[in-house]
Design a protein around this ligand. Structure first.
Ligand SMILES: C[S@@+](CC[C@H](N)C(=O)[O-])C[C@H]1O[C@@H](n2cnc3c(N)ncnc32)[C@H](O)[C@@H]1O
Length: 438
């Protein structure tokens, strides 16, 4: 009898529906590992403006730029990012002189994205000057109000650091727009280094042994970095071609509430992944400093995000219509005792219900023949692989999109625990390319 390789053995252990999907899309799937470094924030480390704030879930400027070039976008196009995060897609389109619209449900993300455009109104040297005037005021400033009833706020900072940060927040709040927004962005970007927290993997971890930065020094460094970027955007010629973009605080599951003005012709995005990630936890310091007044407001925001996290609640016996989701969810329910969180099956159901709604909304608002480019991560729970790239592609096909390509950008590290238990079948991070057909 022929002995199976480990890979073949694992393939054979994919659920039947997952095997069907893998076979269905095999001819449209290819590796493009060159894209691997561009689907993550790491690619933005040197990117002017985007490097100022570490939005960990962002993709790289060059990723978007490459697709805009491939699609030969012009001023006649409208680029749309319905999960716009810090606005990478919008900035890349704006710097090519192409109009763009972004939507995000997290007020912090919308704020960062909007503020990136304000940098184009500033002249080199202006930030330094304002920083010097703030230095003269900060020691006598009152502490700014914060959402101190959120548990992490009680332990995230040393008391003296927290007191200084609150004073900085007060003097920055006293600036006039757009300087206030620009300084707030720089201020939010130093909170992690001034705190005992780390935006690690899926969580905001508390690390009491961490060496923390001092607010004044950290902000001074950020201002220098921003000054360098103001010069850089001039040198790169971005300033001459830049077209401001529009950013809306909204829910991409309910686009009927958002006035789009013209149908978008290109959609480039990346949704939250089905991996328990909760944006309202990772960014809770920033949210508590400015965007929510108390814990109930933070919790409400959590429940209004796309349901990719463990607190996702199912409403009225919701279930996903997709057979691969049903199959894997049933398997996980049957094995809930060994799952490290029993709420994972409900989270997966909620995630795919939300994504189905989202794709259907996109189909309604996009221009005919519009392209969709979306970066997604597959997930594995209890050894069960969920090919999110293929499931969403099949949902898109049912909606009326043609699935043109599925590019594998990289294979993600599995946790060593999972590798030990379930072997090495890699988890893909893919770029799906769809086209709207009428
Ligand atoms: C992977 S991130 C996108 C990052 C983005 N590509 C960038 O470069 O910054 C996914 C985004 O979806 C947002 N989001 C979650 N639920 C949403 C919803 N219902 N509607 C719109 N945006 C949502 C999150 O706040 C997050 O910013």
């Amino acid at each position: 009898m022929k002995q199976l390789t480990l890979f073949e053995w694992e393939q054979a252990h994919l659920s039947p529906e997952v095997q069907r999907l893998e076979a269905k899309y095999a001819s449209r799937m290819r590796e493009d590992l060159r894209m691997g470094s561009l689907v993550s924030y790491v690619g933005n480390k040197e990117a002017p403006l985007l490097r100022l704030y570490r939005y960990k879930e962002a993709f790289a400027f060059r990723f978007v730029d490459e697709w805009l070039r491939r699609f030969e976008v012009s001023q006649k196009d409208i680029v749309f990012d319905p999960f716009c995060g810090m606005g990478t897609t919008l900035l890349a389109a704006g710097c090519r002189g192409v109009p763009a619209l972004g939507i995000d449900r997290l007020p912090l993300a919308v704020f960062i994205a909007e503020t990136l455009a304000f940098f184009f109104q500033l002249r080199p040297g202006e930030l330094n000057k304002v920083f010097q005037t703030l230095l003269g005021k900060v020691r006598s400033a009152e502490p700014a109000p914060l959402a101190m009833d959120v548990a992490i706020m009680q332990v995230a900072f040393a008391p003296q650091t927290l007191a200084e940060l609150r004073q900085w927040k007060t003097v920055i709040d006293g600036l006039r727009p757009p300087m206030r927004e620009v300084f707030l962005l720089l201020f939010f970007s130093i909170l992690e280094e001034c705190s005992y927290t780390c935006k690690d993997g899926q969580f905001l971890r508390l690390r009491r042994d961490k060496r923390t930065a001092q607010p004044e020094e950290a902000l001074a460094k950020k201002v220098q970095q921003a000054e360098t970027d103001l010069r850089k955007i001039q040198e790169l010629g971005w300033k001459e071609v830049f077209v401001p973009f529009r950013v809306v605080l909204g829910d991409t599951r309910r686009l009927e509430e958002v006035c789009l003005q013209r149908p978008p012709t290109v959609l480039i995005t990346s949704p939250p992944y089905a991996n328990r990630y909760d944006y309202t936890r990772t960014y809770s310091l920033e949210l508590c400093f400015h965007f929510v007044r108390n814990f109930p407001e933070l919790r409400e925001l959590r429940h209004n995000m796309l349901r990719s996290h463990i607190e996702a609640k199912l409403v009225d016996l919701e279930s996903s219509r997709h057979p691969a989701v049903q199959e894997v969810v049933d398997f996980l329910k049957a094995h809930s005792k060994t799952l490290n969180n029993p709420k994972i099956p409900d989270m997966l159901t909620a995630y795919f219900v939300d994504m189905q709604k989202t794709i259907s909304q996109w189909w309604k608002v996009l221009a005919s023949s519009a392209h969709v480019v979306m970066v997604v991560d597959n997930v594995r729970f209890e050894g069960q692989m969920l090919p999110v790239d293929l499931i969403l592609s099949e949902m898109a096909e049912q909606e009326g999109f043609a699935v043109e390509e599925i590019l594998v950008a990289r294979y993600k590290g599995n946790s060593s625990q999972q590798m030990g238990r379930y072997g090495r079948l890699p988890v893909r991070e893919s770029i799906v390319v769809w086209r709207k057909q009428e």
